[in-house]
Design a protein around this ligand. Structure first.
Ligand code: ZN
Length: 84
């Protein structure tokens, strides 16, 4: 079985491996690369367009109903920026 999750930006159902998971922990937000963090999470496509519009639309703020560290957006942007 190939689990699918909804991207917080484009709202498409996407296979898990094509998404980044952002998790809300007691220490704040982090990107859950191993998909092991047992806490609320939100998914976003590993796609520059989705990641850039996430910041503009405050997609994670909406999803978590709270303020989120802007470093999460910075990190996501860095992750998709090295594809030339
Ligand atoms: Zn997306």
């Amino acid at each position: 079985m190939n689990p699918q999750r909804m991207c917080v930006v484009c709202r498409n159902l996407v296979p898990r491996e094509k998404l980044f998971r952002v998790a809300k922990t007691s220490d704040g937000f982090c990107i859950d690369f191993a998909n092991k963090i047992n806490s609320r999470g939100a998914y976003i496509c590993k796609d520059k367009n989705c990641i850039l519009s996430a910041r503009k639309k405050s997609a994670f703020e909406r999803s978590f109903s709270s303020k989120i560290d802007s470093k999460i957006y910075d990190t996501l942007e860095e992750l998709v920026n090295d594809d030339k």
